[in-house]
Design a protein. Structure first.
Length: 77
């Protein structure tokens, strides 16, 4: 009776151990895939920098012209 119980206990222990190992292996695979996906979709910083540069240049031009218009208005008073 105890021999049969011991065999079943060892079988359950082996199944449990192999299940844990399988879960661990699948978890590692998922982490690798997740990392690869992140690397594929890195943001395009150059596009953002180009937009900011255009905005800055437009703002500087607009600011300069506003000052010129203000000075012209003061002179014509």
């Amino acid at each position: 009776m105890f021999e049969n119980f011991r065999e079943r206990l060892q079988s359950v222990q082996q199944d449990f151990t192999s299940g844990i190992k399988t879960l661990s292996d699948k978890s590692k695979e998922a982490k690798v895939k997740k990392k690869q996906r992140r690397e594929e979709y890195l943001p395009q910083y150059s596009a953002g920098l180009e937009l900011l540069n255009r905005y800055e240049e437009t703002w500087v031009t607009l600011h300069k012209r506003t000052k010129e218009c203000a000075k012209a208005a003061e002179v014509s008073r």
